[in-house]
Unconditional design. Structure first.
Length: 583
């Protein structure tokens, strides 16, 4: 009754505007924290986040979620987000990685303006704070090697053993620490440790290492330093120096938070400090099936030649996804729809591809391309003549207009679109059968020509001139519509067909004596020679298309004026959407 009344109101009063608001998206737990802090005027109503990558590899899709979260929270609440490189390990870091990280963030649509910082900017201050902790009697120089420190740390159920060097005097520790800084000791011979609790149930609180000796040239400071702070000592203090209000970390750093706070507790009362206290909040990192997202393992894939670099389109790196044809809009949408959680879970990679299809469907030009060509000769089409047929660029967006596609006597169709002896539900081309060519004409197969081995080499067809544009002149219906290209006008292209890099949902699941490489997909890349309609002649690297009936593709940077290289971005099949519809 209620709905009938509403319908009657709409019909009888068409000018009446109903004020129906879409339900608001619920806040995630980080948004709840920020809104509460703003309401209570914590940090004087300021919001300052940071994205703190290590420049020891290329960023991946998991980092993209963190980028979207940190920059997104700052944007939503009128704050700022710093870019800060955690460059505390010169052995693994490189300017190449710094540059790639900045390029990826900008490509995703975010900007740090003039707030580009480095942990190395704070090396002097961190050194002074380390000396402060020594003077307070809560830090000491240990002569144990890294292996010895690890061996004496105990287990989660057994307490660690206190170092015999734990009782050194403040004066001796200060002297040794300065000599470490001056380069008087070889790598691995001494470390600076915090003096906390070797029986703590939290292993990270069992006298963690603060500094180690590394005689290595740093990409920014050169050879000025030969001691470098550990992440746990640099991270919280860097947040504190910059005045970060909400330090957002992935969930594996939750057990590090007590140490984060412990260090700040011991430096916050130093006379030069005049900043509000920062706090670390943890969220679940992004995990995708059929994917590894350990930079160590990704580096192994690159170094061992299993992929063709960090930007290989099979890699989950942002640069790899960009080269494959992903859009920043699709990745941002994916990150938003995955949301922010407190518990770890694994996201189906189909959902990432679903977000991409939704975006490309709106923006990609439709064109026709044939990947497995079969020659078709239209015997009753005039020799040497060309017809220009109008084709729609994108049915989802009328503003994209139309283009002309040439039609001639010799065409290519997909081999899969013809069968000499078809089953009952095969509705494509077969002997004696009529089908529609997209935007073109009805054609009927008259003859099949085979080579000496008995393979079909070409088919002879006739066309109905009255069916121009693919429209029936007399109302007759055909069940099959095929894509095609004119052999005379087609552009030859190398087409790279990418698939998932791993065959198992969990690449970390393998038999004894094997490793994650055992799960590599040997069919993750297939290359074929295809023929594309001539509208792609002016395409530039990064341009994206939907090949009708085949999938989404983009132009690869390997392309040259003499050679077109096309990557398959994703197929048209959307298994995730089908699964969700079923449920």
């Amino acid at each position: 009754m209620f709905f009938n009344t509403i319908a009657q109101i709409i019909v009888t009063q068409p000018d009446l505007k109903m004020n129906i608001e879409e339900p608001k998206k619920p806040l995630n737990f980080i948004e709840e924290i920020i809104e509460k802090d703003l309401k209570n005027k914590k940090h004087n109503g300021k919001i300052l986040t940071r994205f703190p990558p290590e420049p020891n590899g290329y960023l991946h899709i998991g980092h993209a979620k963190s980028i979207c979260l940190n920059f997104g929270m700052a944007q939503k609440y009128g704050g700022k987000c710093n870019l800060r490189f955690d460059d505390t390990n010169p052995v693994k870091e490189d300017v190449e990685y710094v540059d790639s990280i900045k390029e990826d963030i900008h490509w995703l649509g975010f900007d740090w303006e003039d707030r580009e910082f480095y942990a190395s900017d704070y090396f002097n201050q961190l050194y002074e704070w380390a000396k402060l902790l020594i003077k307070k009697g809560v830090a000491y120089v240990d002569d144990h090697s890294a292996d010895e420190v690890s061996a004496t740390r105990g287990t989660p159920t057994l307490p660690g053993q206190e170092s015999p060097f734990r009782k050194r005097s403040v004066e001796e520790n200060l002297d040794l620490f300065e000599k470490m800084k001056n380069g008087d000791f070889p790598d691995g011979t001494k470390v600076l440790r915090a003096k906390i609790d070797m029986a703590s149930p939290n292993m990270h609180m069992r006298d963690p290492v603060m500094y180690r000796i590394k005689h290595a040239s740093h990409h920014r400071t050169g050879d000025v330093w030969c001691i470098y702070p550990m992440y746990d000592f640099a991270h919280g203090q860097s947040d504190f120096i910059e005045g970060i209000t909400h330090s957002l970390c992935t969930l594996e750093f939750e057990v590090h938070r007590p140490l984060y706070d412990w260090f700040l507790d011991h430096i916050i009362d130093s006379p030069e400090v005049n900043r509000s206290r920062t706090h670390q909040f943890e969220f679940a990192r992004l995990n995708l099936n059929y994917t590894v997202m350990s930079k160590r393992l990704l580096l192994q894939l690159v170094r061992d030649g299993h992929v063709n670099g960090w930007d290989d389109p099979r890699m989950p790196t942002i640069s790899g996804l960009r080269r494959r044809g992903f859009t920043p809009e699709a990745i941002r949408d994916f990150a938003d729809r995955v949301g922010v959680a407190k518990r770890e879970n694994v996201i189906d990679v189909d959902f990432l591809e679903h977000c991409l299809r939704e975006d490309l469907n709106k923006r990609a030009h439709r064109i026709m391309g044939v990947l497995n060509p079969l020659k078709v000769v239209i015997e009753n089409y005039p020799e040497g003549e060309t017809d220009e047929l109008e084709a729609i660029n994108n049915p989802e967006d009328d503003t994209m207009g139309t283009r002309n596609v040439p039609f001639s006597k010799v065409l290519y169709i997909e081999q899969e679109d013809f069968m000499e002896d078809p089953p009952k539900k095969f509705f494509r081309l077969a002997p004696g059968r009529e089908v529609r060519l997209r935007y073109a004409y009805f054609i009927t197969c008259k003859e099949v020509i085979k080579d000496k081995e008995g393979n079909i080499s070409e088919i002879i067809c006739t066309y109905d001139p009255a069916s121009r544009g693919g429209n029936s002149p007399d109302g007759r219906k055909v069940k099959g519509t095929l894509h095609w290209v004119s052999a005379q006008h087609a552009v030859k292209a190398e087409v790279r067909l990418y698939d998932r890099l791993f065959v198992k949902e969990d690449p970390y699941e393998y038999k004894e004596g094997e490793n994650f490489l055992s799960n590599l997909n040997p069919e993750s890349l297939k290359t074929t020679e295809g023929y594309i309609e001539p509208s792609v002649k002016s395409a530039q690297p990064g341009d994206k298309f939907q090949f009708e009936r085949l999938g989404y593709f983009c132009v690869d940077p390997d392309s040259t004026p003499d050679k077109l290289v096309i990557n398959r971005t994703v197929t048209l099949k959307d298994s995730w959407a089908k699964m969700t519809n079923k449920s």
